[in-house]
Design a protein around this ligand. Structure first.
Ligand code: RAM
Length: 929
C-alpha cells in the first residue's frame, strides 16, 4: 500500500517534470493564491488606465510556510471565461524566477478602451503550485488625441469676468448642459471627460463621482489628464441629460505670478465624450460640441483656489442637469478644436477626494461670530450646517492659528482671501460645502448666521482632501513629542499632496516647488502609498524641462522665467533614484533617465571649470543667517557644485541599473571630476572649508554626497561636529542641509548627536515647534513662539512639509527598517536605540513584497525586538548587543536555529541573515556599561 502510493507519487512527479512548462500539467495547486495584485505603480483593477504595456506585481501570502517564489505564470485574456486555460492575449508560461514585482506585459498590443483580464499563480520554494489568484482586470482609457471626437466647449467668461489682484482675470464659474435621446437598449457606458479648469459632472441629476478638483494640475501646455467613469447605471433608456459645473481651477486661475507657459487668461472649457454601447452591438457617442448650452447665472458666482467661493442660493436652478429643464435663457457654447501639441492622457494617479472628516473639539462664541477649533491644521473645505435668515450672507473664514488675543491670524495667507460666502434664499438650516476651492486651516469662523440660535459644534466639519492614496506605514515610540512629530509629518503630507506636491496649501502660492519635493519625497514614501503620485508628477517635471535642460522652480511651471535653481532642479535625479530604492522598479529610472541627462547638461552650462554658478535658493530659511537673507550663509557655488556632482553620481547609478555601461562610466567620470574641483576649491588640506563661509550645510553636502578624498573626510567630520558644538549642539540648517543631518551623522557613527538634535527642545529644532503647539510641520523653525508670537515675515506657512524629511531616519534608524537591495528584496533591520531618549520604538511598512515590521523595547536591562519579514525576501538584522550572554531567538539559543546565518559579531552588535518569518529577539542591554 505504502509503496504503491510512493510509486504513484513518483509517476506524477515524472509526468509533471515532462510537462513542466505546459499549463496543462495537472500538478496539485494547493497553496493559497497570491495577494495584492496590482498593475504598474500600484493600480488595482483600474478603469481609464493610462498605458498599454503595464507591469504586474503581487505578494505571496505570509502563511503555510511559504518562504519564496520559485516560479510564476501570468495569463492575460480579453474575456474572463478564457482564463486561466486559454489566455488569448498573453501567457507568460511558467517562468522560473523569484521576481514577483514589476513584470512587463509582453502580449499582443492593447488598444484604447480595451478591457483586459488577468490572473497569476506561483510555485513556492518546494516547487509546489498555488491556486490561481482571483481574476483581475484593467480597462484602458483614451490613449491618443485621435480617440476624441469631442471638441473643447465653454462660455467666453473672459469678457464678463472679474478682475482680481494684479488685475488678473477671474473667470466666473459656468454651468453647461446637454440633453440627448437614445433609442436602443444600453449595455454599458463610459464617460471620458476633462477640462481646462476644474469640473464636476452629473448625469440625470446624479453625481458621476466624488472626485475633487478634477482633472488636477499638469503642465497644461503639454499634457492634460482625462478621466474615465463607468456611467452604465446612470444612463436612462430614452431621454438623458448631462450637466457640468466648471471653474477656473489652476488652469485659468490666478497663480502666484500668473506668467504660466500656458495661457491662463483663456476661458475654462470642458472636453467630454460619452460612449454608450448598445445590446445590439452598436454604439452611440455624445460629445461636447456646439449643441451644448451654458450659463454663468448659477449659484456658484465666484470660485478661486486662493480666494474662496461665493454661493448664492437664490440663483439655484433646480433640476438643471435633468431632462426638460428650461434652458431658453442659456447661451450656446463656444467651440475650440483640440491642439495637437497638448497630449490628452488618462490620469496616471489618483484624483483628490474627501478623505477624512474632522469634528470641532471646541467652539468659542463672540459678538455674533463663532469659532470652531478642529485642534488639527488641515487642508480641504468646511462642511457647514447652519441656521440662517433669508437674504443674509454667511461668511466662512479660516486660520491656521489664532493671535494671542483670540483673533484670526491670516496675515500668512498673504493675498489669498481664503473666505467662502453663502447667501441664503430662505429661513432655516442651510448645508454647504464649497466645490472649486480649498483652504489650509485649523480654525473655522462663521458669521452672518441666525444669531437667535445657539451655535453647536455640529454646525461645522473640516473635510480633509488629498490625492486618494492609502497610508503605507506606521511609526510610534515611547516619546510623546516624537509621536507628535510623526503625526505632524503625516498631516504635512496630507495637506500638501493635493494632486501635486505643494510647498504649502494655504497662502497665494500652493505650487509644486521642486526643492521641497526633493527633500520630503523619501519620507512621504514610508507614510503613504504615493508611487503613482510621484511618477505622475515626474512626468510633469520632464514636460516642464527647458530646452537647455533647466528645471523650473515649480512644476507645473507657474513662473515661466526659464531659470533653474540648484538643489531644486536636482529633484529630477533624486526622486527617481529614491523611488527606485523603495520599489525596485527600473521603469521609473527608464522613464526619467533622459531628463537626468539633460539636467546634467544644464549643470554644465551653469559651471565654469566645474564650479557651479547656478542660481540657487540655497539653504533656504537657515536659522540665524549672518546676512539676514532667506538663502542662508552656505555658498551658492558650493551648493551648486555639490549638487552637480551628486546628480551626476545618481545618473551614473541609474545607468548601471539600466545596463547602460557607456553612460554609467561617463557620469561616474563627471561625478569624480566635479568632486575633485569641489574639494580643491572649497576645502583646504586639513578638510576645513576655505574661501567661503563655513557652515554645517557645507560639511553636510561634502560628506553626504561623498565629495572629499579619504584623508580629508575624517577631519571634515570633526569640523562638522565643531560647527554643531559651536551652535550649542543645535542645527543651523535650512531646506537643503536639514535632510542630510541624519544621513551624515548616522554614517559617521554620531547617532547620539543626531538623537540630541532631534530631541532638542529649544530653537531651532523639531520639538521647538511642537512646544509652541504645532500640529503640522512649519515653514520656519520659529514660525510662531509663545514668547515672541508670529514670525514677522508674511512668508510664514504653518503647513510646509520640508523639515518633515527627518521621517526617513525615524523609520530607517530609530525603528530600523530600510532596503538593503532596491525594493526591499533584501531588507536591513538595524535600529539604533538610545535609552537617553527612548525605551521603545516600532514601525511597520508595506513593501512591494508585503508587510515588514520591527518593534524594539528596552526594559530591565534587556533588549527585546520583534520583527516580521515577508515571503520572497531575506533580511540582514543587526541587533545591538551589550554583554556576553547569547542572543535568544524565538525563545531558543541562536545557535540552535539552523535557518539563521550568523554573519558577524562585534563588541556591541550581532549581525545575522534570516529568511521570511516572524522573530523575537532577546539580549541583555545596558547602555551605560
Ligand atoms: C517659497 C516656497 C518654497 C521654497 C521657495 C524657494 O516661496 O514656499 O517652500 O522652495 O520659496
Amino acid at each position: 500500500m505504502y509503496y504503491k502510493s510512493i510509486s504513484k507519487y513518483f509517476l506524477r512527479l515524472i509526468v509533471c517534470f515532462f510537462l513542466i512548462n505546459q499549463t496543462a500539467c495537472t500538478e496539485k495547486q494547493s497553496l493559497a493564491a497570491a495577494q495584492n495584485l496590482t498593475i504598474a505603480e500600484g493600480f488595482e483593477n483600474p478603469i481609464g488606465f493610462y498605458e498599454n504595456s503595464p507591469t504586474f506585481s503581487w505578494i505571496l501570502p505570509n502563511k503555510d510556510g511559504i518562504k519564496s517564489q520559485f516560479a510564476y505564470q501570468i495569463v492575460v485574456a480579453s474575456d474572463p471565461d478564457l482564463l486561466p486555460d486559454q489566455p488569448d492575449l498573453w501567457d507568460s508560461k511558467k517562468q522560473n524566477t523569484d521576481q514577483s514585482t514589476w513584470i512587463k506585459y509582453k502580449g499582443s498590443t492593447l488598444k484604447s478602451r480595451q478591457k483586459v483580464y488577468w490572473q497569476i499563480r506561483y510555485w513556492d520554494q518546494n516547487g509546489e503550485a498555488s491556486e490561481w489568484s482571483t481574476l483581475q482586470n484593467f480597462e484602458l482609457g483614451l490613449l491618443k488625441n485621435s480617440d476624441w471626437n469631442a471638441k473643447w466647449v465653454g462660455l467666453n467668461t473672459a469678457k464678463d469676468s472679474i478682475r482680481g489682484r494684479g488685475n488678473v482675470l477671474i473667470h466666473k464659474p459656468q454651468y453647461l448642459r446637454k440633453e440627448f435621446k437614445l433609442s436602443k437598449t444600453i449595455s454599458s457606458a463610459r464617460l471620458y471627460i476633462t477640462a481646462k479648469g476644474v469640473f464636476d459632472v452629473s448625469i440625470n441629476g446624479k453625481n458621476v463621482s466624488d472626485d475633487v478638483m478634477s482633472p488636477g494640475f499638469t503642465t497644461y501646455d503639454k499634457r492634460i489628464e482625462t478621466l474615465t467613469y463607468d456611467v452604465t447605471d446612470l444612463i436612462e433608456s430614452n431621454h438623458n441629460t448631462i450637466g457640468v459645473e466648471l471653474a477656473s481651477g489652476w488652469h485659468s486661475g490666478r497663480l502666484l505670478w500668473g506668467i504660466t507657459p500656458w495661457n491662463n487668461t483663456i476661458s475654462p472649457k470642458i472636453l467630454c465624450q460619452l460612449e454608450i454601447n448598445m445590446t445590439d452591438g452598436s454604439k452611440e457617442i455624445i460629445t461636447s460640441d456646439n449643441s451644448w448650452k451654458g450659463t454663468t447665472n448659477g449659484p456658484i458666482q465666484f470660485s478661486e483656489i486662493y480666494d474662496g467661493e461665493i454661493y448664492n442660493s437664490n440663483l439655484e436652478m433646480p433640476k438643471w442637469s435633468q431632462n426638460s429643464f428650461d434652458d431658453k435663457n442659456w447661451i450656446n457654447v463656444e467651440v475650440a478644436n483640440l491642439e495637437d501639441h497638448i497630449a490628452l492622457e488618462p490620469k496616471r494617479h489618483s484624483t483628490v477626494k474627501n478623505k477624512i472628516a474632522l469634528s470641532p473639539k471646541e467652539i468659542t462664541k463672540k459678538n455674533g461670530t463663532v469659532i470652531f477649533d478642529l485642534k488639527q491644521n488641515m487642508v480641504g473645505v468646511p462642511k457647514v450646517k447652519v441656521p440662517m435668515k433669508k437674504g443674509d450672507t454667511l461668511e466662512i473664514r479660516f486660520a491656521e492659528m489664532l493671535s494671542p488675543d483670540g483673533s484670526f491670524y491670516t496675515k500668512n495667507y498673504r493675498s489669498a482671501k481664503s473666505t467662502d460666502y453663502y447667501i441664503a434664499a430662505k429661513d432655516g438650516f442651510i448645508e454647504y460645502m464649497p466645490k472649486f476651492t480649498f483652504h489650509g486651516f485649523r480654525y473655522i469662523e462663521l458669521s452672518g448666521f441666525d444669531t437667535s440660535k445657539e451655535p453647536t459644534k455640529d454646525w461645522a466639519t473640516g473635510i480633509v482632501q488629498y490625492s486618494d492614496f492609502d497610508d503605507n506605514g506606521t511609526f510610534t515610540s515611547s516619546n510623546d513629542k516624537l509621536n507628535q512629530l510623526q503625526s505632524n509629518i503625516v498631516w504635512g503630507l496630507r495637506g500638501n499632496f493635493f494632486d501635486i506636491p505643494t510647498d504649502c496649501p494655504q497662502r497665494d502660492e500652493r505650487l509644486g516647488w521642486t526643492g521641497d519635493a526633493q527633500v520630503f519625497g523619501p519620507t512621504s514614501m514610508f507614510n503613504a502609498d504615493v508611487y503613482k503620485f510621484w511618477a505622475s508628477w515626474l512626468q510633469s517635471v520632464k514636460e516642464a524641462q527647458f530646452e537647455n535642460g533647466g528645471i523650473p522652480w515649480t512644476v507645473p511651471d507657474a513662473r515661466g522665467n526659464k531659470i533653474g535653481s540648484s538643489g531644486w532642479g536636482d529633484v529630477c535625479t533624486i526622486i527617481p533614484w529614491k523611488i527606485y530604492m523603495r520599489t525596485g522598479d527600473r521603469s521609473i529610472l527608464e522613464e526619467n533617465f533622459e531628463m537626468m541627462e539633460e539636467w546634467l547638461k544644464y549643470h554644465k552650462l551653469k559651471s565654469k571649470d566645474n564650479i557651479s554658478n547656478m542660481m540657487s535658493f540655497s539653504d533656504w530659511l537657515q536659522p540665524y543667517p549672518e546676512n539676514g537673507d532667506n538663502r542662508g550663509d552656505t555658498s551658492l557655488n558650493l551648493i551648486g557644485t555639490a549638487f552637480y556632482a551628486h546628480s551626476a553620481k545618481l545618473t551614473s547609478k541609474s545607468a548601471a541599473v539600466l545596463g547602460r555601461i557607456e553612460e554609467q562610466k561617463k557620469y561616474e567620470e563627471i561625478y569624480k571630476t566635479v568632486a575633485k574641483s569641489f574639494e580643491k576649491t572649497f576645502f583646504n588640506e586639513s578638510g576645513k572649508v576655505k574661501a567661503v563661509t563655513s557652515t554645517q550645510t557645507s560639511y553636510l553636502l561634502a560628506l553626504a554626497f561623498d565629495l572629499l578624498s579619504e584623508d580629508k573626510k575624517e577631519n571634515a567630520k570633526k569640523f562638522l561636529l565643531e560647527e554643531i558644538n559651536n551652535a550649542d549642539d543645535h542645527l543651523r540648517t535650512g531646506f537643503l542641509g536639514t535632510p542630510l543631518l541624519s544621513e551624515v551623522l548616522d554614517e559617521t557613527g554620531e547617532t547620539n548627536m543626531m538623537y540630541k538634535l532631534l530631541f532638542n527642545e529649544t530653537y531651532p529644532s523639531w520639538f521647538y515647534s511642537i512646544n509652541q503647539g504645532a500640529t503640522t510641520i512649519w515653514e520656519r523653525w520659529n514660525s510662531y513662539s509663545k514668547e515672541e508670537g508670529f514670525n514677522p515675515q508674511n512668508m510664514n506657512s504653518l503647513n510646509h512639509y520640508a523639515y518633515g524629511a527627518i521621517g526617513e531616519w525615524m523609520y530607517e534608524r530609530i525603528a530600523g527598517i530600510s532596503p538593503l537591495e532596491a525594493g526591499y528584496k533584501v531588507i536591513k533591520i538595524a535600529p539604533v536605540p538610545n535609552t537617553d531618549y527612548l525605551t521603545n520604538a516600532s514601525a511597520s511598512l508595506h513593501t512591494p513584497f508585503g508587510m515588514v515590521s520591527n518593534s524594539w523595547k528596552i526594559s530591565n536591562d534587556q533588549f527585546k525586538m520583534e520583527t516580521q519579514i515577508p515571503p520572497n525576501t531575506t533580511a540582514k538584522i543587526i541587533i545591538p548587543k551589550i554583554g556576553t550572554e547569547e542572543l535568544a531567538v524565538n525563545d531558543q539559543k541562536l545557535a540552535a536555529i539552523k535557518e539563521i546565518k550568523l554573519l558577524s559579531t562585534g563588541d556591541d552588535f550581532i549581525e545575522i541573515m534570516v529568511q521570511p518569518g516572524t522573530y523575537n529577539f532577546l539580549t541583555p542591554y545596558n547602555q551605560d556599561k
